[in-house]
Design a protein around this ligand. Structure first.
Ligand SMILES: [Cu+2]
Length: 371
């Protein structure tokens, strides 16, 4: 039931909605939004998945604040393929604006100028003591000798983030609800909408340790460079203990991101095999980039738009999948790729991303339901 004053939809990132794509969530792609005072029932089945995923409002920029965790436990009696943690903790990273994000996005769409970068990053809703904000920061309480499964979610709108705990390595065991080979790291790299499960063992001296969340950006696009600060606190830590500090990776630390990505390997065990198709029957070539459209209200008379194969997206009045399903003409979905039982390989090339810094409307590109 939407008791709010704005249209809403909800999306579950990473849930394999087999044959329930209609309840997938993105506004005007799979469904029209739920209008104020109206209700909608999302009915879907989780099949063959367990782990941590993200749900959020998937319309405009409301996902800045309307979001949360989906925790899917293994079936009863099925153990984790890693040592059972003593406790589990959810850690949601995000971006925070001081302004109303909806007002900001509307202004951005009118002017064609880039939206403001966020004012801070947050860990479970708290920035920590950053300039202009007296937040105490989130505290993760632990007991010596115990192991914790951290279910880390990046709910940020735009920023890829580093997550680091002073003095502690953590062991990645699952990413986006898929088990991985366990690997130890001092820094996690996580993109918007992604999740990472990692084991943390409280095996250091009793005390307080800084948790730092900072952005990654290796091109010329402006980004919020404020580090969110949280704390890991052992039981028995004296009240006014100064925290053990850490450094954050450089904002453009590509080697750190590469090392993390290269460390990710599917568990690929007998019980959890990586069954991927080995024969490709069709190759599809996509270029993803930024184009310029004329815009009467825009400051420069034009605005940047996201494009796939040089075609941009115009918000339809009927959701695309609804139009397709009911055979409504003029659905705005153009030529559909005829799908048959075949293995496709998508070749995706990003072009002209530097263009984003020059002028920008709401340039957000999504790839939906590809597998
Ligand atoms: Cu989303």
């Amino acid at each position: 039931m939407n008791n709010w004053s704005l249209n809403l939809v909800f999306r579950r990132h990473g849930v394999r909605q087999l044959r329930t794509g209609w309840a997938d969530g993105p506004a005007y792609i799979t469904q029209c939004p739920i209008q104020p005072g109206q209700s909608y029932l999302y009915n879907f089945t989780l099949t063959g998945q367990r782990g941590t995923l993200l749900w959020h409002a998937h319309i405009s920029w409301l996902r800045a604040t309307i979001h949360g965790a989906i925790v899917i436990f293994p079936k009863k009696g099925v153990p984790y393929p890693f040592p059972k943690p003593d406790k589990e903790k959810i850690i949601i990273l995000g971006e925070w604006w001081k302004t109303d994000v909806e007002v900001m996005v509307n202004q951005t769409t009118q002017s064609g100028l880039p939206p403001n970068i966020s004012d801070a990053h947050v860990v479970n809703g708290q920035t920590g003591a950053v300039p202009g904000c007296p937040s105490p920061g989130f505290t993760l309480h632990v007991e010596s000798g115990k192991t914790y499964l951290l279910r880390i979610i990046n709910a940020a709108l735009n920023d890829e983030l580093f997550f680091k705990i002073a003095g502690h390595n953590i062991t990645v065991v699952e990413v986006d609800a898929a088990y991985t080979k366990a690997f130890s790291t001092d820094t996690i790299f996580i993109g918007p909408g992604q999740t990472t499960n990692a084991l943390l063992t409280a095996d250091k001296s009793v005390g307080k340790y800084l948790i730092a969340v900072s952005p990654f950006m290796d091109t010329v696009v402006a980004v919020d460079n404020v580090t969110a600060i949280a704390f890991l606190r052992y039981k028995g830590t004296a009240v006014f203990s100064p925290p053990v500090l850490t450094t954050t990776p450089a904002i453009n630390a590509t080697p750190v991101t590469s090392a993390f990505m290269d460390g990710l390997r599917s568990l690929n065990s007998w019980k959890y095999p990586a069954s991927v198709p080995l024969t490709v029957e069709h190759s599809l070539y996509f270029t993803i980039g930024v184009g310029i459209d004329p815009c009467a209200t825009c400051v420069n008379g034009r605005k940047a738009v996201g494009v796939i194969n040089n075609i941009s997206f115009i918000m339809p009045t009927t959701a695309l999948l609804q139009a397709h399903y009911y055979g409504i003409s003029g659905g705005g979905f153009g030529t559909l790729i005829p799908l048959e039982e075949a293995i496709f390989m998508l070749v995706i090339v990003c072009i002209n991303w530097e263009g984003i810094q020059l002028e920008q409307s709401d340039v957000v590109l999504y790839l939906m339901s590809y597998h």
